[in-house]
Write a protein that binds this ligand. Structure first.
Ligand code: 3HC
Ligand code: NAI
Length: 645
């Protein structure tokens, strides 16, 4: 396939890139662009070159799938230099996203014009690397050091208008991009050409700038290497000549590209892109999703309804009585109000979100819904009553889903007239924020209903992962093992504070005990108690002792730690030490606490794979990263412990 084609419009050459799906800079594309420079330079009738892309986006970056292989010529930094040094000025015409190497190619061009809907960015730190083709060297020369630091060290793409205001783009066009870029080029040719970016000066920032950035970025990065290494490159770009800074950046790029962190982040990158469209559902059409319903407006129901509204799906919200319904609507209102406060939504958008909610206590309001998600109390008889009503009031082809955490979905589905349309959709709290969606089919679930679960995940921007039926599905089952393993360390005499600190320095925002204090110890306790009451042999946990002593976590001012009123700072507790004293027998404990706890998670992951509960190890990694705060740059427990199958 030809990945570049050349055409003409008067004296302007048009180089069109066509390398689906995202025009990544494969060796063939680099070669194609390299040759296009030579062709255009050799043609005396050509005055300028417009570089434009076919398909959904401008060049989205280096080809990440080539990263594990030896670099092949022409190398990207050489290509960017060659475009910049071309005898005819090149103009990048950007739609979709110009990311990473794509934006670096655009900076090799003399001008950058973009559609108003386009975005540009240098997302390399998200892959554990730094820009490798002059991104850290040209960006400060194009837009100043402060803008470059923001773009490179956060990796966040910017919309066209913002990018133009920062000097990253020369023109923003609406409508026909090619026509807009041609018009822009003709006008630009009437003026003297600006200097190539590599020849522009760069202003050094105030002396304290680098130290301040270093501190701020180290705090954010929590052990992730790339953002700080990117800062080093940016500093070099302001202190050394262009070629020297470029060589420094390239060496840093190649060093990081071979690092464990970069391998982990690449693993997550591809796992995230594979998850929403699993191979076993290829060709299975999902059912249409136009109208939805949610039963229960509590913590989860309100969050799920908000997530559905964020995807512009109308929602019928059902509660058990008028009072509970008013509370459910208020819960939703406060979710959107908070989004307005944080600047995520405008007041008008929040109103529109609310306007798409139809609150009701009458199941008849669900008569036209395509999908209903139940999020009522975790009680089998309450759930049965709900599904009995859904079976009577919903269309016979509507998908009926439960958000249960621990009940067996097969038992919830008992008695449904058509269990083929039943499925578990397990959201995580807060449901409008957390990316993970566990999709749990029962044996009767029809393939197109399963496919609908994944389609819903895609529509909501979630990471959908299929889970089989067992206690806790994938995520909570591993969480339980993790907590038990942490308690076993505690029994061996390792302190609570030391265990939490070890997991924080591993990259979690919180250790296992702090996290339980935040979420509350009582929910898991009540579950264990219920299991005991039903005759199961559930061994006593240390957490049970705490709850029995009234220590349920932050909400009672006391859990694994003590808390001063109005202060969430955990303080090691003498009372807990006394309470647990006779359960703790100091013996040899693993010295690398984090390695031990991650290995325990991975061992449970292995058991989950062996039981057929997860489809592959990468899915387990996604569950822990997107539902439980496992540090992304470690790749998830399976990747981190070498279980990559
Ligand atoms: N390399 C190889 N494959 C890529 C890729 C890349 N840079 N970016 C995306 N793909 C693949 C995906 O794996 C997926 O493949 P599949 O269809 O086989 O599953 C396909 O392209 C489509 O990707 P998305 O599902 O993500 O498509 P969207 O339309 O939702 O999003 C996008 C498009 C915004 C461009 C998004 O793909 C994206 O953000 N890509 C990554 C961009 C990136 O990180 N670029 C920097 C790379 S590093 C670099 O450039 C180094 C340089 O400085 C030297
Ligand atoms: P909640 O107690 O906050 O909300 C439950 C809501 O259901 C209440 O508003 C209640 O009025 C309503 N309700 C009860 N019976 C009803 C009926 N017959 N008809 C209509 N509405 C009824 O509970 P929460 O936390 O939202 O949990 C709901 C479900 O989600 C449970 O199955 C739980 O296991 C599951 N879940 C909870 C998570 C969490 O972090 N809280 C995470 C994932 C799943």
């Amino acid at each position: 396939m030809t990945v570049t084609t050349l055409s003409r419009q008067g004296a302007i050459a048009i180089v069109t890139v066509n390398n689906p799906p995202v025009n990544a800079l494969s060796q063939a594309l680099r070669q194609g662009l390299w040759d296009a420079v030579a062709t255009c330079d050799a043609d005396p009738d050509i005055r300028a070159v417009v570089l434009i892309c076919a398909g959904r986006t401008f060049i989205a970056g280096a080809d990440v799938s080539e990263f594990g292989k030896p670099p092949m010529e022409p190398h990207l930094p050489d290509l960017v230099n060659r475009i910049e040094a071309a005898a005819k000025p090149w103009v990048a015409a950007i739609h979709g996203s110009a990311l990473g190497g794509g934006f670096e190619v655009a900076m090799g061009c003399r001008f950058r014009a973009a559609l108003d809907t386009a975005s540009v960015g240098l997302p390399e730190v998200g892959l554990g690397i730094v820009p490798g083709a002059s991104g850290t060297v040209r960006t400060p020369r194009l837009a100043g050091v402060a803008a470059a630091v923001e773009l490179v060290t956060t990796g966040k793409p910017l919309g066209a208008a913002k990018a133009q205001s920062m000097g990253l783009l020369d023109a923003v066009v609406t409508g026909d991009l090619l026509q807009g870029a041609l018009d822009f080029t003709l006008t630009a040719l009437e003026q003297p050409l600006p200097l190539p970016i590599s020849e522009r000066p760069v202003a050094a920032p105030a002396p304290e700038f680098w130290a301040e950035q270093q501190t701020a970025i180290a705090r954010r990065a929590k052990g992730e290497a790339a953002p700080l290494r990117a800062l080093d490159c940016l500093r070099k770009a302001t202190e050394a000549p262009f070629a020297e800074a470029l060589a420094f950046e390239r060496a840093t790029f190649l060093d990081l590209r071979g690092s464990e962190q970069a391998a982990a982040l690449r693993h997550v990158f591809f796992a995230e892109r594979a998850a929403p469209r699993p191979a076993h559902l290829a060709g299975v059409p999902p059912l249409p999703l136009r109208h939805t319903g949610v039963i229960g407006g509590g913590t989860m129901g309100a969050g799920i309804a908000a997530a559905l509204r964020d995807a512009d799906l109308p929602v019928v919200l059902i509660e058990r009585d008028a009072e509970a319904l008013a509370r459910g609507v208020a819960n939703l209102r406060s979710i959107f109000d908070a989004a307005v406060k944080r600047g995520r939504l405008t007041a008008d958008q929040a109103e529109a979100r609310m306007a798409g909610i139809t609150p009701s206590t009458d199941y008849a309001a669900l008569s036209d819904t395509d999908l209903v998600i139940e999020a009522v109390f975790e009680d089998l008889s309450v759930k049965h009553a709900v599904f009995d009503a859904l079976g009577r009031f919903c269309r016979s082809d509507a998908v009926l889903a439960t958000n249960t955490s621990y009940l067996d979905p097969r038992r919830i589905a008992e008695g449904l007239p058509n269990p083929a349309r039943f499925i578990g959709l397990h959201f995580f709290s807060p449901a409008n924020v957390m990316k993970l969606l566990e999709i749990v089919p029962v044996p009767e679930t029809a393939p197109e209903v399963l496919a609908t679960g994944f389609a819903l995940g895609r529509a909501l921007g979630k990471i959908p992962v299929q889970a089989g039926i067992c206690e806790g599905f994938i995520g909570n089952r591993i969480l339980k093992r993790y907590r038990m393993a942490a308690e076993s360390l505690l029994r061996k005499g390792v302190t609570i504070a030391k265990i939490d600190a070890a997991m924080r320095s591993y990259g979690f925002a919180m250790g296992p005990f702090e996290a339980q204090d935040l979420g509350g110890l009582d929910i898991a306790f009540l579950q264990r108690e219920a299991a005991r009451a039903s005759g199961q042999d559930v061994p006593e946990t240390l957490g049970d002792l705490l709850v029995r002593a009234g220590r349920k976590g932050q909400k009672t001012g006391a859990g694994w730690y003590d808390y001063a009123p109005g202060d969430r700072t955990p303080r090691p507790s003498d009372a807990v030490a006394k309470l647990l004293a006779d359960r703790i027998m100091p013996t040899a404990a693993p010295t690398d606490i984090a390695a031990y706890l991650v290995a325990e998670m991975a061992a449970e992951g292995q058991a989950i794979l062996a039981d057929g509960i997860a489809r592959n190890a990468a899915d387990i990694d996604l569950v822990k990263i997107h539902g439980y705060g496992f540090p992304r740059w470690r790749g998830g427990p399976m990747f981190a412990s070498g279980t990559r199958g």
